[in-house]
Design a protein around this ligand. Sequence first.
Ligand code: NAD
Length: 384
Amino acid sequence: MIRIGIVGAGAIAAVHIDSFLQFGSLCEVTAVCDTFVEKAQALITEKKLEAKAYRDVQTMVDEASLDAISICLPPNLHAKVAVEALMNNMHVIVEKPMASSLEECDQMIAAAEKNNRLLCVVSQNRWKTQLVNVKQILDEGLLGKVVHASFDSLWWRGGVYYDLWWRGTWEQEAGGVFTSHSVHYLDLMHMLFGMPKQVQAFISNINHTNSECEDIGFAVFTYEDKVVNFTSSLVSHGEKQAIVINGEKASVTIPFSVSAYNSLPNGFPEPNKELEQQIQRRYEELGNLALEGHPAQLLNFLLAIDKKEALVLDGRTGRQTIELIHAVYKSAVQQQPIDLPLGSSDPFYTKEGLVRQMPKFHAKGKSVDNFSTSKITLGRDFNA
Ligand SMILES: NC(=O)c1ccc[n+]([C@@H]2O[C@H](COP(=O)([O-])OP(=O)(O)OC[C@H]3O[C@@H](n4cnc5c(N)ncnc54)[C@H](O)[C@@H]3O)[C@@H](O)[C@H]2O)c1
């Protein structure tokens, strides 16, 4: 039985606990930690856990005999707590964004490798039927060579979202909509196409005056054989998130649709109904995932601890998304294209370098310890 500790008893912690509770034959949540210890105790009571509440991470690590911890803390604390747990021989699953800098990511990866423990980064949208089926269709070559894709990472948050103490500062949150929201879609871009060679980006803050960081941005990623345009927004009512993938033979979108053209002798398009039907049939044949989102990823983490499955999203994979985000920031600030990868001597490799170079779009004035509700949404479901 894998003994799990949850660190941070805020909004996302409940999602982790609900997921672990689905796998009661594999694991038990035996500790919950929060500086507001009453929040930890409230979660234990609400979820009917046989667990102890802790106020302090170090005490929990020292006393609770845990096999693994789930880090549901503000981003600035991810690396410190992960390294501490890994050095104490615990497996770690950490919420997105993995860390505040590439340097911190490298410290986490090194601690995991040194202690031979698993380091897993949450990116639950990899476990979505539409995404998995579209990836399979790409891998089977049904679209031909992919030449262009576009990602609409569209979200909406009210201004008060940034009143929470750790949000909306480069120091604590390490970024705005690219870091906290589009991290999901950048990971999917990486999963589908690998790492680009270059990025050119623009960021701004147009409607969240209690945040230093960006609430909108645009990036163009260049690959050897394709180009990807990426929109990242926190001002989009309806959150109509979408991915469009254009291959030489056909295009698919998520939410799922398919279109295919043949060329007339003059280059104008003629529908290729046969190929459209073939791709549609293949998509339906692939069926639905039994589990999606957090429960699916947390199950993979548990099965990897038990050596029954390979870990899908490890620290090295999680690091790539932080690299994409920080290359976007560097390009936006320097107003020029940036080549990837970013080296360890790059000013954007460290958190201090990032904080020093990024503009403060607004001064963060208002700050609250907690909201009156911990109800959150996790973005529009692809299936909706
Ligand atoms: N995967 C997703 O879809 C998703 C969704 C929401 C949040 N998140 C991520 O989860 C993390 C937490 O976000 P949240 O919305 O739950 O935040 P939150 O503020 O609601 O919860 C964080 C909790 O950590 C506690 N905390 C802060 N410092 C602490 C310390 N030193 N020791 C112990 N506890 C401490 C706070 O009191 C708070 O209760 C963030 O990294 C966020 O980006 C991921």
